[in-house]
Design a protein around this ligand. Structure first.
Ligand SMILES: Nc1ncnc2c1ncn2[C@@H]1O[C@H](COP(=O)(O)OP(=O)(O)OP(=O)(O)O)[C@@H](O)[C@H]1O
Ligand SMILES: [Mg+2]
Length: 255
């Protein structure tokens, strides 16, 4: 696809479990354009986190390729900003030091990075917390630190694995609005894994639905940010997504 920035082609991934090879992902095709926000929804265990790990290059597919601007980045790390499902801040490092970590790891210019972080802190609502340790932060603040750290990987494509799932409903809804604004302000391209259908509808240009056994994309729903769904359309979409999440077998009969 010519106008896409990131693409996954014909991905297959299996794991050995108790002596058997289990195919978790099969025939996975995916693409995203610059500035797009795509949410991935699917039943628990269908392979969403496995897919993000493959995109991030921290695992290798059995078959298939990951292409960034047409270049093969399969099994190569450092090209995309990846925030894992259980992103842990280092408890002994301050907020500033946690955010600086990717900069230190990649050996980038620390002074320049600090300047950039200082500019970004107010946008992330963290300007008063730079010297705090993670245990001194609320859940919402911790997730914002983790997001800023992910952004400091010098990537404008972010892979976010359920970043808001563990927050209480009010904080989650506040951070959803904040995320929507920040994605726009920083012109980010985002792939978000979520179980929250409302979150996906609110934030996405596209929702890709994944089936299970094996995990593969079974439907893609386009949304228009400039032309939001009516209440009735939203309800219909929610009912459809919910029923597909419950009956999420892929029925991939090609094997
Ligand atoms: N390293 C591994 N070894 C063996 N099996 C694995 C490994 N990693 C993942 N799996 C299996 O692959 C399947 C997909 O796991 P994955 O974590 O990608 O699911 P998920 O869609 O992210 O689920 P959830 O919504 O619960 O986070 C699961 O059955 C899981 O047990
Ligand atoms: Mg997961």
């Amino acid at each position: 696809m010519s106008d896409c920035i990131l693409e996954a082609q014909d991905i297959r991934k299996s794991f050995f479990f108790k002596g058997s090879l289990i195919t978790v992902l099969d025939n996975v095709q995916f693409h995203i354009r610059t500035g797009q926000f795509v949410s991935i929804i699917g039943p628990s265990g269908c392979g969403k986190s496995t897919f993000l790990e493959l995109l991030a290059g921290i695992t290798t597919p059995d078959e298939g390729f990951i292409l960034l601007k047409g270049n093969d980045i399969t099994a190569k790390t450092g090209f995309l900003g990846y925030m894992p499902q259980d992103d842990l801040l280092f408890p002994w490092l301050t907020v500033m030091k946690n955010i600086l970590l990717p900069v230190k790891v990649t050996g980038s210019n620390e002074q320049e990075a600090k300047q950039k972080i200082n500019e970004l802190l107010p946008l992330f609502g963290l300007q008063n917390y730079t010297e705090h340790l993670p245990y001194q932060l609320s859940g919402g603040l911790k997730q914002r630190v983790a997001l800023l750290r992910t952004y400091m990987c010098s990537a404008d494509i972010l892979l976010l694995d359920e970043p808001l799932a563990k927050l209480d409903a009010l904080t989650r809804s506040q951070l959803q609005s904040w995320l929507k604004d920040i994605v726009h302000l920083l012109n980010l391209t985002v792939i978000l894994v979520t179980h929250d259908i409302d979150e996906a509808i609110m934030l996405s240009d596209r929702i890709d639905l994944m089936g299970i056994n094996p995990g593969t994309f079974i439907e893609s729903i386009k949304l228009d940010r400039n032309n939001p769904l009516t209440a009735e359309e939203q309800l219909k979409l929610k009912i459809k997504l919910r029923s597909q999440l419950v009956n999420g077998e892929s029925n991939n009969d090609k094997k």
